[in-house]
Ligand binder design. Structure first.
Ligand code: ATP
Ligand code: ATP
Ligand code: CA
Length: 220
């Protein structure tokens, strides 16, 4: 069965989610207060309607309770975002993802029952900051407040050495969970301690942020 989504708020973030879901062939109901925004998505989403999502009656009429996953992408109006989220939880929507504007907003959203709170500006900022530290830090994924996974490209400091030579776990407290070889599409998801690292190989490293930070400074 095809999954159904609703995107509330068609700014840059919500609009981008709506576009991508539609391109992937998903059934999407697009909702915004503004006629212009809704018109922009008339030919993209399955349905696009002008509506105020803070109005409970409207949400009921739109049948939002039967939608599998609702994404609340109301930007600056934190009050509207909170109210909408609260009503969606009360309607019993199965999965609710909400974009948070700041840390307090995020806290409230978690308290009132949002299943997933995203903070795209903050998270993207973090990822870009890591790639700015070194051209060899390809990506950064936050696992919790103080643990992450990073994707790094082996430079001269790592090239020609094994995991034992570099002593990464003992020295930095981080684990190399996978190695992608540059000239090989294969990914080795349980590298042996004796695995040789070559220039350009991509290492997936997991650990505490402070440990990853030391690892990045010394070896990447
Ligand atoms: P982004 O940062 O993703 O570009 P934005 O800064 O444009 O978003 P806003 O303009 O504050 O964020 O909000 C996103 C959209 O949410 C807007 O198009 C706005 O019309 C819509 N919106 C705001 N309040 C409501 C509401 N109560 N019901 C439906 N849509 C709403
Ligand atoms: P340990 O108790 O740390 O696993 P060990 O001698 O049993 O020590 P080996 O598998 O022989 O472990 O690896 C020796 C050292 O090589 C480890 O202490 C670690 O520093 C490094 N090492 C091996 N595999 C990895 C890995 N996947 N990620 C990071 N470092 C590794
Ligand atoms: Ca914005």
């Amino acid at each position: 069965m095809k999954r159904e989504f609703a995107v509330i708020g068609l700014g840059r973030f919500g609009g981008s989610i709506c576009r991508e879901l539609s391109e992937e062939g998903m059934e999407v109901l697009a909702i915004d207060l503004e006629e212009d925004k809704v018109n922009e998505f008339k030919n993209i989403a399955s349905h696009a309607v002008i509506a105020d999502a803070t109005d409970e009656k409207v949400l009921k009429e739109l049948g939002v309770r039967n939608i599998d996953h609702v994404i609340v992408a109301i930007g600056d109006n934190i009050q509207a975002s909170i109210l909408t989220t609260l009503m969606l939880t009360e309607l019993g929507v199965q999965k609710i993802t909400v974009k948070a504007q700041n840390d307090y907003h995020e806290k409230i959203l978690n308290k009132i029952g949002a299943d997933q709170v995203v903070h795209p500006e903050r998270d993207m900022g973090k990822r870009i900051a890591h790639s700015i530290i070194s051209n060899n830090i390809l990506d950064h994924l936050e696992l919790s407040d103080d643990h992450s996974i990073v994707e790094v490209k082996a430079g001269k400091k790592m090239s020609g050495k094994t995991l034992v030579d570099l002593d990464i776990r003992a020295h930095f407290g981080c684990n190399v969970v996978a190695i992608k070889q540059e000239n090989n599409k294969e990914i080795n998801v349980s590298p042996m301690a004796t695995e040789m690292i070559n220039l350009g190989d991509i290492l997936i490293v997991i650990g505490a942020d402070k440990d990853i930070s030391r690892f990045e400074k010394q070896l990447v």
